[in-house]
Design a protein around this ligand. Structure first.
Ligand code: FEO
Length: 392
């Protein structure tokens, strides 16, 4: 694709990756993604903001055909989907300097083998003049690596946010057109990579609150002509109360845990609690991560296998522990054959989560009447905790 004009002397460059289905060999990308770079031509200097994933390098280099000079390559973030083509850009524009935070410099030297002389480091709040355009660098650590920064183009009030506020959607739309679709993709993206850093992201949001921002141009997904869409969503995901919802990942081997899951879902709904249930044998793990963004309670359903939780349930617990959702309550339900330590093992896998554990319901073999009553009691306890906590 050719480069695309955003405003006079400001261009989108980059690639639409229609085919990618997995990021970091871990994160599902059902809708592909984009790698956005931006070119800003000031009256005196020209800056390229970020680059693209290395397999897309040729596309970026061809978009730069006809550009006689690049003075600065702004590296907001060292991860290779944005930095990986910087060596090829430097090979083509040998006078260009990489502009980044001091922390990013070390990481870029480690990850890309760039030499010390390639860099200019900038402090938080420092500005760089391109003549009639001024770049202001705002450190935004942990969105989602420690070295990350964003750039505010002062004259045009555009925030170039790199991963911050991004979404994985392959599209030829330059700007957000379907806000609902982008909201969902951005929530998935937040859940998978940003949520572990909620408290520091809250501080970064406060910091950006003092800027007048007309447009947010992230490095994945489309440009936000209405920044409130994504900034309000982030504020809610980061610090809003959890919702009156149970995230319920479960797995069943011989239908006993499935019968318990069906009964618990029905009991919760009857008591006014919403449920997002995920059969872990078929679920898209990103959907579970999204449900964890605002669920008030997590219930894990698992049979006992070899004295512990089913490996898929263990994976869900490991994921929840890593992404640190704001849920307040936890319970475990499931069936066992002759014994085991499922509850103790699962509870020990989530040390990062500060959760009140509600009485688990573990059943020997098929669930019977008394077991369904115990599930009703658990549903009552969840509904009452959600009411007391004012979850809506
Ligand atoms: Fe899109 Fe953290 O790289």
């Amino acid at each position: 694709m050719e480069k695309r004009k955003i405003k006079d002397n400001i261009y989108w460059l980059g690639s639409v990756d229609w085919d990618r289905r997995l990021f970091d060999s871990l994160i599902p990308l059902p809708d592909g993604t984009t790698y956005n770079a931006y070119l800003i031509q000031g009256s005196e200097k020209t800056a390229l903001l970020d680059s693209v994933d290395p397999p897309m390098a040729d596309e970026l280099i061809s978009q730069l055909a006809g550009i006689s000079r690049i003075d600065y390559v702004i590296a907001h973030h060292a991860e290779q989907d944005h930095s990986g083509t910087i060596p090829a850009v430097l090979a083509r524009f040998s006078d260009a300097k990489v502009v980044c935070s001091a922390k990013a410099k070390g990481m870029l030297m480690d990850l890309l083998g760039l030499s010390e002389e390639s860099f200019i480091t900038v402090e938080d709040g420092e500005t760089l003049s391109l003549g009639d355009k001024t770049l202001k660098f705002i450190y935004t650590p942990w969105v989602h690596w420690p070295e990350t920064m964003t750039t505010y183009l002062q004259e045009d009030k555009i925030l170039f946010s790199c991963d911050f506020f991004g979404s994985h959607i392959a599209s030829t739309d330059l700007y957000v057109t379907d806000e609902g679709r982008v909201y969902e993709a951005a929530k998935r993206y937040f859940a998978e990579i940003m949520m572990p850093f909620r408290s520091i992201i809250g501080k970064n949001l406060e910091k950006l609150g003092s800027y007048e921002i007309d447009m947010i141009a992230p490095s994945h997904g489309q440009i936000y002509p209405r920044p409130a869409l994504i900034m309000d969503a982030y504020r809610n995901w980061v610090s809003g109360l959890p919702r009156n919802t149970v995230a319920f990942p479960y797995v069943s081997m011989h239908e006993s845990t499935k019968k318990m899951a069906d009964h618990l879902i029905s009991a919760l709904v009857a008591k006014g609690v919403n449920v997002e249930a995920f059969n872990l044998t078929v679920t898209d793990i990103g959907k579970l991560a999204m449900a964890l963004v605002d669920a008030g309670t997590i219930v894990v359903g698992t049979p006992t296998v070899l004295a512990g939780p089913h490996p898929l349930a263990a994976y869900a617990a490991f994921l929840a522990n890593a992404i640190r959702p704001k849920a307040r309550f936890l319970s475990i339900v499931g069936s066992y054959g002759w014994g085991g330590k499922t509850v103790e093992i699962l509870a020990g896998m989530i040390p990062n989560l500060k959760l009140e554990v509600l009485d688990p319901v573990l059943v020997k073999g098929l669930p019977r009447e008394k077991d369904f009553k115990a599930l009703d009691t658990l549903a009552d306890a969840i509904a009452s905790k959600h009411r007391e906590s004012d979850f809506k």
